[in-house]
Write a protein that binds this ligand. Sequence first.
Ligand SMILES: C[S@@+](CC[C@H](N)C(=O)[O-])C[C@H]1O[C@@H](n2cnc3c(N)ncnc32)[C@H](O)[C@@H]1O
Length: 224
Amino acid sequence: MKIILILITLVSTITGHAREAISGSRYELLTGVRRGGDSSKGFWDKKYARTNYIYGKAPAKFLAKNYDFIPQGSKIIDIGMGEGRNAVFLASKGYKVSGIDISSVAIKKARMLAREFGVRIETIHKSIADYKVPKNSVDAIVCFYFVDREVVKKLKSWLKPGGILIFESFTIKQKVINKIKEDDIYLLGEGELFKLFSDFNVLKYEQASHRKDFIASIIVQKPR
Ligand SMILES: C[S@@+](CC[C@H](N)C(=O)[O-])C[C@H]1O[C@@H](n2cnc3c(N)ncnc32)[C@H](O)[C@@H]1O
């Protein structure tokens, strides 16, 4: 019950973000990941059941500003794609995009969004836990508001040398905003993103404190 309350609080944050573009509580995503399997899928299916786009249709601002760090012609995987706001945006910029999500409702909404914007995306309805990708094979990865440190290790191994990864999520300071007392594990620590990618080349790092929400965003390149 506590977890559900946390999630509801976070959804309102996400909705707040939706005012500008989106935001989501990684908490949700994260909590979903922690519970794993069907319960996670059920949680997200329910969350996405409403007809509107809970994270909005516009891409995350950091992605909209910085997508061109990803070379044209790249194939991009969107991890925890959700309703497709980022995948569809990237497809509209000419990239080949595959989005993976555990929620069938999210996948359906992402396809609808792609149709609305007249672009093609590949959708993969799977848990990231069951998604197998050869090492050093992926041009680029985007991961927005899905914090699972074990998954981060996988993403790093999947990238080709020289490949680009763009990652964004809430930091621990967000707890104050959302009056959350627990579950730090799903929020990024101060400077944590930087450390998580200390073996990669950091091309850009932002820990925003000029917005209503506390977010850390990073663009990294796998060493060649
Ligand atoms: C907070 S939402 C973020 C959605 C999207 N990245 C965005 O920024 O709009 C987290 C997403 O991760 C998905 N998710 C949760 N656990 C997952 C898992 N194990 N495998 C794949 N997707 C998962 C959820 O269905 C949800 O769409």
